[in-house]
Design a binder for this molecule. Structure first.
Ligand code: GLU
Length: 406
């Protein structure tokens, strides 16, 4: 397994060399400002105590409070969290919200504990990082394995420990606990806006209009809906247990119902089962990784037939795979651009909490749509100026914005 933090630094170096940024400035961005590993003692339902390991990495706060998700995942590790916090700094700068970057995580599978245990793990984690977080210091949000209920507990525990209600202590909360309308669909919706702009610029044109999506969680699902509204056909979908393929297009409501009923996409009626590896090598126009990092490596990148890779996951493409894609004339729309609609809407939530406001779904999505098309236009300008990849362009734009504040 490649070290995602080393990959992130390679991306930075490459982009910095193209636009010739100051060496010392770039060096500073190569390590997070601070990262911690904490032990979280939790009383399990069986009366025995178990120690969980958690992390929080705060990469940079020159543009505003640290901001980033929390990942609940069995294979999470410090290097991954450091890389993810690094990407948040750049993502938040690209999407131009007044936040720096951070990320956290706890090593465990949330599906294997009871709801009461999940709550105790979450509150235990907040106790351990309480002195490091807060609405104007570092604001946790959702990520893989950690949804709205967990964000509610984080806000509640933070409020309890600080002695006053602080809705802006986390984002991605449920609607009744200070969550924002539109936050749930935001990442997928935002990706849909970026894809629409990509198509409008003729960066991808096709009669077939076919897309394959790896990952059918919160991000993949809402992106699939947005893609369908653009008139494109989703021919393949997958989750961690495998994928399904139908060359005439998968019926999304059928897929959602099947996944809800059986817990997996496999064996969907009217589709053929395929593996996750097969999905990545399908002859489609656009390939969307929407799960985890390190999906494309030196080994499988040469086998990718899609014309465009649209990154809804964080860090799915290793630098080596990026080089292969570049040589093979594939366009990569990078994570820090494509999936930034999620954290942008977390900013909207934070803003509403701080100002005691509640915006309607229509208001939120209109603001998000405007922001995402502006973000794409900003990155496109830089890409045209430097005649480089969209990843380099997004990094250069972010670096310019960060440098201004540092
Ligand atoms: N986990 C999301 C991301 O990677 C969003 C985090 C947040 O909203 O704070 O962008």
């Amino acid at each position: 397994m490649q070290n995602p933090f080393e990959n992130a630094k390679k991306q930075l170096e490459l982009a910095a060399s193209i636009a010739k940024f100051d060496h010392n400035f770039i060096e500073r961005l190569k390590s997070p400002d601070r990262y911690v590993e904490v032990s979280i003692p939790v009383m399990m339902d069986n009366g025995k105590q178990k120690i969980f390991t958690g992390f929080r990495s705060q990469h940079n706060n020159s543009r505003g409070p640290y901001k980033g998700g929390i990942r609940y995942f069995e294979q999470v590790n410090l290097d991954e969290i450091r890389a993810l916090s690094f990407w948040m700094t750049f993502k938040n700068a690209v999407v131009n919200i007044p936040f720096g970057g951070s990320k956290g995580g706890i090593i465990f599978d949330p599906k294997k504990v009871s709801k009461a245990e999940l709550e105790r793990i979450t509150r235990g984690y907040v106790k351990k990082i309480f002195h490091l977080i807060g609405p104007e210091i570092d604001c946790p949000g959702p990520d893989v394995g950690a949804g709205s209920q967990i964000m509610d507990w984080i806000m509640d525990e933070y409020s309890r420990l600080s002695g006053k209600k602080q809705l802006a202590a986390s984002t991605g909360k449920t609607l009744s606990n200070g969550g924002s309308n539109g936050r749930e669909e935001a990442t997928g919706f935002g990706g849909g806006v970026v894809l629409r702009e990509v198509i409008a610029k003729n960066l991808i044109s096709s009669e077939r209009k076919t897309i394959a999506i790896q990952g059918f969680g919160n991000v993949g699902k809402f992106l699939a809906e947005a893609v369908r509204e653009l008139g494109w056909k989703i021919v393949a979908l997958s989750d961690s247990r495998g994928g399904v393929y139908n060359e005439n297009g998968i019926d999304l409501s059928l897929a959602e119902a099947h996944k809800k009923k059986t817990g997996a996409l496999r064996d969907l009626s009217d589709s053929k089962n395929i593996s996750n590896e097969e999905l990545l090598e399908l002859d489609v126009d656009v390939l969307v990784p929407a799960a985890l990092e390190n999906v494309f490596t030196l080994e499988n990148a040469p086998k990718v037939k899609a014309k465009m890779i649209f990154e809804m996951a964080n860090g799915p493409t290793t630098p080596e795979a990026d080089e292969v894609f570049y040589k093979n004339n594939k366009i990569v729309i990078p994570d820090i651009l494509a999936n930034s609609g999620g954290v942008a809407t977390s900013y909207f939530e934070w803003y509403q909490n701080m100002h005691n406001e509640k915006w309607t779904t229509k208001e939120v999505l209109e603001k998000l749509e405007k922001l995402m098309s502006q973000v794409f236009a900003d990155v496109f300008l830089v890409q045209q100026k430097y005649k480089t990849t969209f990843r380099n362009a997004a990094y250069i734009l972010a670096l310019e914005r960060i440098q201004e504040k540092m």
